[in-house]
Design a binder for this molecule. Structure first.
Ligand SMILES: Nc1ncnc2c1ncn2[C@@H]1O[C@H](COP(=O)(O)OP(=O)(O)O)[C@@H](O)[C@H]1O
Ligand SMILES: [Mg+2]
Length: 225
């Protein structure tokens, strides 16, 4: 059985003014089905850059990123967006909800894009899973930060992806709300056997994952507990 995610020797640099900044250097990562992996590291070390590569939103300068065996560099734009919609769910620190859509419309959007006929019913079910059935017709501006992040989690899970990528998902929330939101995310990933790559600053959250890795000088190293 191949891993859900396999990164081999990925490199990424950015041009900043007249010098080139190496952010990721020969980075390797494998994540198996249902496995939860935390990625830690100081601000600016390249965590979000790494997630962009995993999400196929940006290309590595060299090296490969495979999702469920598919090399993201070997498929065309249409296939890439299809793979992204089917296999991946992404949760951002800032929720990234569409502000002109209600909660249930936001959740249903990925399915609508995939052309799923019963998207409205499935969106409603996903919203129920994060405990927000009663907020279905509310707009993001009418919900709290914790509620918005639960909507974003429902949206990430509605397609039943293989892998969720989460970039500091509780970074904008107070401790108690953040813990509640993370409980929901961890529980739903476990229930549906979805792998999770979680970027966080919080060691306690990282310790709830199967493995913790430190992004240091462009590569990942195992972090002892
Ligand atoms: N599009 C970009 N252009 C130039 N530099 C970038 C770009 N994206 C990120 N960087 C640089 O890459 C480094 C890593 O950024 P980032 O991945 O956002 O770090 P983190 O998420 O760990 O805080 C930083 O030095 C940042 O300035
Ligand atoms: Mg970041």
């Amino acid at each position: 059985m191949h891993p859900i995610l396999k990164v081999h020797q990925a490199c990424k640099s950015f041009q900043q003014g007249n010098h080139k900044v190496k952010v990721l250097e020969r980075l390797d990562l494998e994540v198996n089905k249902g496995e939860k992996v935390a990625i830690l590291g100081p601000s600016g070390c390249g965590k979000s850059t790494l997630l962009s590569l995993l999400a196929g939103l940006d290309n590595p300068g060299s090296g490969t990123v495979k999702i469920d065996g598919t090399d993201l560099a070997n498929i065309n734009e249409d296939q890439l967006s299809q793979t992204r919609s089917e296999k991946l769910g992404i949760v951002f620190q800032q929720y990234h909800l569409m502000r002109n859509l209600t909660a249930v419309e936001n959740v249903g959007l990925p399915l609508e894009i995939l052309g799923t006929a019963d998207f409205a019913v499935r969106a409603r079910t996903a919203l129920k899973e994060v405990g927000l059935d009663h907020r279905a017709t509310h707009f993001p501006s009418e919900m709290s930060g914790g509620e918005c992040q639960r909507v974003a989690i429902a949206r990430a899970l509605v397609t039943r992806p293989s892998l969720i990528l989460a970039d500091e998902p509780s970074g904008n929330l107070d401790q108690k709300t953040g813990d509640e939101v993370m409980d929901i995310l961890f529980n739903l990933c476990r229930e549906h056997t979805i792998s999770l790559v979680l970027v966080t600053h919080n060691r306690e959250l990282a310790d709830r994952c199967d493995r913790s890795l430190l992004l240091n000088e462009g590569a990942l190293e195992d972090l002892a507990r």
